[in-house]
Design a protein around this ligand. Sequence first.
Ligand code: DGL
Length: 273
Amino acid sequence: MRIGIFDSGMGGLSVLHEAYHLLSDQEYIFYADTEHVPYGLKSEEEIKGYVDEIVRFLIGKGVDAIVIACNTATSVAASYVRKKYDLPILGMEPAVKPAVENTSEESRILVMATPVTLREEKLASLLSRVDNLHRVDLLEMPMLVTFAEREEFDSDEVKEYITKQFSPYDISKYSALVLGCTHFNYFKPLYREILGDSIELVDGNYGTVRHLGDVMGIDIKNDANSKIIFNTPQDIVVTHNTTYYESGYEITDNNRLSKYLRMLNRLELMRNF
Ligand code: DGL
């Protein structure tokens, strides 16, 4: 099957990367809307317009299903495009449910996302369903999107930003940190360095790809121990049959593809962090 996966930028690669592990025999079109990143600071109308255009573009490329690998775009525009187009369109939401279910009732949970995701009705409705004990606190981290796009993962500036954002919280009370934005996956070593080892880092990538497998009737592979490391820019195109687009333009030159290679290899290192 041909699967379209998109995000405002590089965050969505974390879903593509998980799909390489679990649904490795499919064909992929990855679309990063780099002209409009970050979505998390845009208006609803703008985001709906971008998402609509991307969905139409991917349908034009003959995809069988689309994954919105972006919590922000999902919260604003998933139901809008689902009504409009007749193919499976899967979204992402912060993985609050598994975090609530897998941690002790006495502990707290910190959900990080973009300002848009945090203020949308979709998250409020999720919390009203799963956070009965009011254990969840919300933290916006918009700058991490910009840092990730710049491949700036451990500069002093990033460290200071993350440390400052966490500083109002007594981290010893928290058992889980939910990464409610796909761009946040790249910073796992810093969360560990700043928050310590006892907090669980929870992302929605596995759940999203497993759901994709269910919806499309494709069995997922259980590959807990396999490693996917790419060596050349062309590897990321050929090995898993993937075409990469940035805001409508296909990425073919090795320089540009090298960025994707570095990001995908970083995600491999982050996978079981
Ligand atoms: N990666 C996106 C998400 O999961 C949003 C990043 C952005 O602000 O563009 O929410």
